[in-house]
Write a protein that binds this ligand. Structure first.
Ligand code: BEZ
Length: 212
């Protein structure tokens, strides 16, 4: 599989998970999805990450996002590890974990990067839109746990910019001012952004978040 790029179709697959057999596109439906890999069960950083993703359930639900994890471990291993995740983080696994011991999904999504490790997946994150297109990809090494607040923040930006002709500035958080995209003329902006804008430069027009 060639490297997946933004805007590409997210490949479909059928896989065994802790919640039974999942056909990815069918399971996802027209929701948003986060598909994320971890290197190995029963490892310290992964234990903290999976607990955090489970604890964020209300945040995923609020945004209509389904989450699904993956590693090359077996379902039995995932199920055994779930108790450790609960012991350490207090969170019960509440999303499917794919067991990809044949590395089919890992290969499809280029999650095994041999110069990092021949045998385990890196920490990939794919955010996939309701149209099944890839909206964001991130790749972290095994040694660095991810920041899932940042992933939620990006999803807020992706969902906003899918519906309004705006972009979000550096370090933006939901509720803060946004930028009117340069392709929108001032004339069109008057109609689309009735709250007005502050033109810091002719190409940098800042307006209140339109859906707040
Ligand atoms: C971890 O999750 O702690 C981990 C996994 C693989 C390599 C290094 C750390």
């Amino acid at each position: 599989m060639a490297t997946l790029r933004l805007g590409d179709d997210a490949p479909d697959f059928t896989a065994e998970t802790t919640e039974g057999t999942v056909n990815f596109h069918e399971w996802k439906g027209d929701s948003w999805a986060v598909l994320f890999s971890h290197p190995k069960d029963f490892t310290p950083v992964c234990t903290t990450e999976l607990g955090r993703v489970a604890a964020l359930k209300d945040e995923w639900d609020k945004r209509n996002v389904k989450v699904i994890g993956i590693s090359v471990d077996t379902s039995e291993s995932h199920e055994g590890w779930a108790q450790d995740i609960k012991d350490v983080t207090g969170a019960t696994l509440n999303f499917p974990l794919i067991s990809d011991s044949e590395k089919k999904v890992a290969d499809l999504y280029d999650m095994i990067q041999p110069n990092a490790s021949d045998t385990t997946t890196v920490r990939s994150v794919f955010v996939i839109g309701p149209d099944n297109k890839l909206k964001l990809s991130l790749t972290y090494p095994a040694s660095t746990g991810r920041n899932f607040d940042e992933i939620l923040r990006v999803i807020d930006s992706l969902q906003l910019t899918a519906n309004y002709k705006v972009a979000t500035p550096v370090d933006w958080k939901d509720g803060e001012d946004v930028i009117i995209v340069p392709a929108v003329s001032d004339e069109e902006a008057k109609e689309k952004f009735p709250k007005g804008w502050d033109a810091k430069k002719p190409y940098l027009r800042v307006t209140p978040q339109p859906n707040k």
